[in-house]
Design a protein around this ligand. Structure first.
Ligand code: NBX
Length: 826
């Protein structure tokens, strides 16, 4: 009776929101769906089938709203944004979608009646790992926020058959296994075969005089690949908005295969099929090798061309406005330079297919496109060799050539004799296509992802382009979805916050600041302590179940989870651990505050130093954990296959957030924000968004150490520092470094490559230079942790100040300053 009343009440209050109002309603929908999908008795269903059933039930709930959302955008002729990203690291969708339709509690209760626990069903979903790390996860947070804010913004990407490799540790080595995430199907996608387009590769392109006396392009002999969209609904947070993530898949046409077969060439038919399917087969796990670059370029153009064609088609069909108004209704945002070919692709269609002049096309293109940069590492700035580019994309190349010619002519007029300037702003130079230069030139906005990063772009990475277009440059500090990373990942903390400051922060995360009033409240801090302990226990039992290892929940949980990269300096962390270990070994009477160090992260398959770092961590962890005396105070865990799902268990359990990149190298970081929002204290350098975290929480509530970016820059200008000098003059460093090559670690392991990078190659990332300061930071953490009350106060301040780092704030800033879009009620 009571429940029924609640159901009616809910229905009355939220007439529009489609959800299951009672568990009875849920159960009856479940039974019906089970019958349709599996035609089995309920008790015969497998967990995986239960997962599929619920997923399809959620889709049923949102299908009307999906149509309605698109209709609303078109009817109101609102401007729509398409966020192009070669990666969307979504993580599992069932739970976040259940939360989105406000159906989680009812689903949990209904399932329980039917004999299942929702918590056992959720892991049945394969984690869609369509991204490498921060860049891909940012894209996922952004589309989450767009839908939550009811903004007309969609994602565009590739439907990789295999996501990022699965990392398996075998004998302390990282082994990469394929992630065949689609084996059981992906219930969230809808194939839209009627919306397929064709993408042209290779062939010949040249200009010839047209009848009207101008030049026109002839493009002949191209091969065409069919691009088929698979749409995923992006469900707003209890608000009826359902946006779209469109994933393109390369498919061969049966006609073409039959043609080859009819010519009697089965081998040729196979090759044709394979060459097409390769395009959307693998997510590139690598940002550091030459390998497969041609295929990667194909992927980029495939996504871009399919996406742009479908947007222009949509615009012409639904908006019925002239192309000159295109940028008033359609915006394209490029997530790094991987989709930068949207610029020449728009030009191609506007000129070759729509008959616009160069100048008209250029004006629309620049007004349509905006660009975000995510890196200042020179090796990560995309460049393509011209011969390869030209043979693969001849028509697009001609456009780049003309673009470059027109642009350099202007530059040389403005700065006569300054070939340095020309080089630094050219799109084509030294036999290469410079994608970052193309992105700045062909867009109206360029932003970095944290204040320091945006400043470095202006001061050095893109300095010359900045002097040409100063008003185009800006900053948008990254953010994270507080829905996934707090409400969903840490329901215990969310409930405590609800109890303390009410629930308004769900919709307005900046209101987490109201928690500041409770940061000295003893009873609140006690409950906060309870939540953290509970989350550490949850992590502990997960580790016990998965790996059979136990952890001490009373120890400090110190966590570094992110891609393994020299500039992120996992080495600094593990060298400090070795230093602690040696001190404990040398002095049996020494007692230290108990600590557990967690590492997680994947190394690019071809990145040798990163793989050796993983090996070092893995071997050191065994050596320490197997030492009966020392492992009471010190434990080290390398967690296999770090991904979004594992992150959702780790962030809530952390006491210390390791953010120790060389200053000036980490564009922003977003893990730092997830830790903060879950009450961990940052131990970090003045890099990326750490600087903005520190500004918000103050030095009392984080621990900052090490060289500043300007000091690092100064050393680079003057040829670096001498790591040998530091090695010779610091006994602690010397002992730790020697242990890498004298056989004292593990089974006489030699870590020569790491030793070389630190000493013989002069420590490009200042690991040894910052070692002493880092040890000081670690000591400071322990000192503060010992005062439980003041630690909890700091933890609370971090949570209270984390609302700024919600991606809702970031997306509002993009919407106001770059996209000029507003929310649309559905
Ligand atoms: O983008 C990351 C940055 O390193 C982080 O500092 C930043 O917070 C994050 C979001 O802005 N970059 C990143 O994840 N890059 C890649 O994953 C990447 C992938 C493929 C590639 C180059 C870079 N070819």
């Amino acid at each position: 009776m009571h429940r029924q009343m609640q159901g009616h009440l809910k229905r009355g209050l939220e007439r529009e929101m489609k959800t299951w109002h009672t568990k009875e309603e849920f159960k009856s929908a479940f039974t019906k769906k089970a019958g349709i999908l599996y035609d089995k008795e309920l008790h015969d269903l497998t967990r995986s089938e239960v997962y599929q059933i619920i997923a399809y039930m959620v889709r049923d709930l949102v299908s009307d709203n999906w149509i309605r959302t698109n209709k609303a955008y078109v009817e109101k002729k609102t401007k729509q944004i398409y966020y192009f990203s070669i990666e969307f690291l979504l993580g599992r969708l069932l739970e976040s979608n259940l939360i989105g339709v406000d159906g989680e509690a009812v689903c949990r209760e209904g399932l329980r009646d039917l004999g299942w626990e929702l918590a056992d069903i959720l892991p049945e979903e394969r984690d869609p790992g369509l991204g490498n790390g921060g860049l891909g996860r940012l894209a996922a947070c952004f589309i989450d926020s767009l839908a939550a804010l009811q903004m007309p913004g969609h994602g565009c990407s590739l439907r990789y058959q295999y996501g990022l490799f699965k990392q398996k540790m075998v004998d302390d080595y990282q082994v990469e296994l394929p992630d065949n995430w689609l084996v059981n199907g992906f219930p969230w996608e809808v194939k839209r075969a009627d919306k397929a387009v064709h993408v042209a590769f290779c062939g010949n392109a040249y200009m010839r005089p047209a009848d009207n006396g101008e030049l026109e392009c002839v493009y002949e002999g191209a091969s065409y690949v069919r691009a088929v969209p698979y749409d995923v609904p992006i469900i707003g947070y209890r608000n009826n908005t359902v946006n779209t993530l469109r994933l393109w898949r390369a498919e061969y046409s049966r006609d073409d295969v039959y043609r080859e077969l009819s010519l009697g060439d089965r081998h040729q038919a196979f090759l044709y099929k394979d060459s097409v399917q390769r395009i959307s087969r693998f997510l590139y796990p690598d940002d550091s090798t030459e390998d497969g670059r041609r295929l990667r370029l194909m992927q980029e153009y495939f996504m871009v061309s399919a996406g742009v064609q479908s947007i222009i088609r949509h615009y012409k069909k639904k908006y019925k406005a002239p192309l000159t108004a295109f940028a008033d209704y359609m915006g394209i945002h490029i997530n790094d330079t991987h989709p930068a070919l949207v610029i020449p692709e728009l030009m191609r269609i506007f000129m070759d297919e729509e008959g616009l002049s160069w100048n008209q096309a250029w004006q629309i293109t620049v007004r349509t496109v905006a660009y975000t940069n995510h890196t200042v590492l020179p090796e990560a700035l995309e460049r393509w060799s011209i011969p390869m580019f030209k043979s693969l994309l001849p028509r697009i190349y001609l456009i780049l050539e003309e673009l470059n010619e027109r642009w350099l002519k202007k530059v040389r007029t403005l700065y006569p004799g300054d070939e340095g300037k020309a080089r630094d702003v050219a799109v084509l130079w030294g036999g290469q296509v410079h994608m970052a230069h193309l992105a700045v030139l062909g867009s109206h906005s360029t932003n970095g992802v944290a204040e320091i990063h945006s400043q470095i772009l202006k001061d050095s990475t893109l300095h010359q382009l900045y002097t040409c277009f100063p008003s185009r440059f800006g900053n948008k500090t990254n953010g994270i979805s507080h829905r996934r990373w707090l409400i969903q990942a840490n329901p215990q903390l969310a409930a405590l916050l609800d109890d303390t400051i009410g629930t308004d922060w769900h919709g307005s995360p900046e209101r987490l600041e109201e928690l500041m009033a409770y940061c000295n409240d003893a009873s609140f801090l006690e409950r906060l302590d309870g939540v953290k302990r509970e989350r550490k226990r949850i992590l502990g039992s997960y580790l016990l179940k998965q790996y059979g290892v136990s952890v001490d929940v009373d120890s400090i949980f110190d966590v570094q989870i992110k891609r393994i990269h020299l500039y992120k300096r996992q080495l600094l962390n593990i060298l400090h651990i070795l230093h602690l270990y040696r001190r404990l070994k040398d002095d049996p009477s020494l007692v230290i505050a108990p600590r557990t160090y967690f590492f997680g992260g994947k190394a690019a398959a071809s990145y040798d130093e990163a793989k050796q770092t993983i090996r070092l961590i893995s071997i050191v962890s065994r050596m320490i954990n197997d030492d009966r005396r020392i492992s009471k105070m010190l434990r080290v865990m390398f967690l296999e296959n770090y991904n979004v799902s594992l992150g959702q268990i780790l962030f809530p359990a952390a006491d210390v957030s390791e953010q120790i990149s060389t200053a000036g190298k980490e564009a922003s970081g977003t893990g730092n924000m997830k830790f903060m929002m879950n009450g961990a204290l940052t131990l970090g350098t003045m890099d990326g968004a750490n600087i903005e975290i520190r500004r918000r929480v103050g030095d009392e509530n984080c621990v900052i150490f090490g060289l500043r970016a300007d000091a690092v820059m100064n050393y680079y200008i003057h040829g670096g520092y001498s790591s040998w000098e530091v090695y010779s003059s610091d006994e602690n460093i010397r002992k730790v470094m020697d242990s890498l090559i004298n056989g004292s670690i593990g089974d006489h392991e030699i870590f020569g490559m790491l030793y070389e990078s630190l000493l013989d190659r002069n420590d490009e990332y200042f690991v040894l230079k910052d070692f002493e300061a880092y040890c000081g930071g670690q000591r400071e953490i322990v000192r503060r942790y010992k005062n439980r009350r003041s630690w909890l106060h700091s933890s609370a301040v971090n949570i209270a100040q984390s609302g700024y780092f919600s991606s809702d704030r970031t997306i509002r800033q993009y919407a106001a300053d770059i996209w000029h879009i507003q929310g649309v009620k559905v």
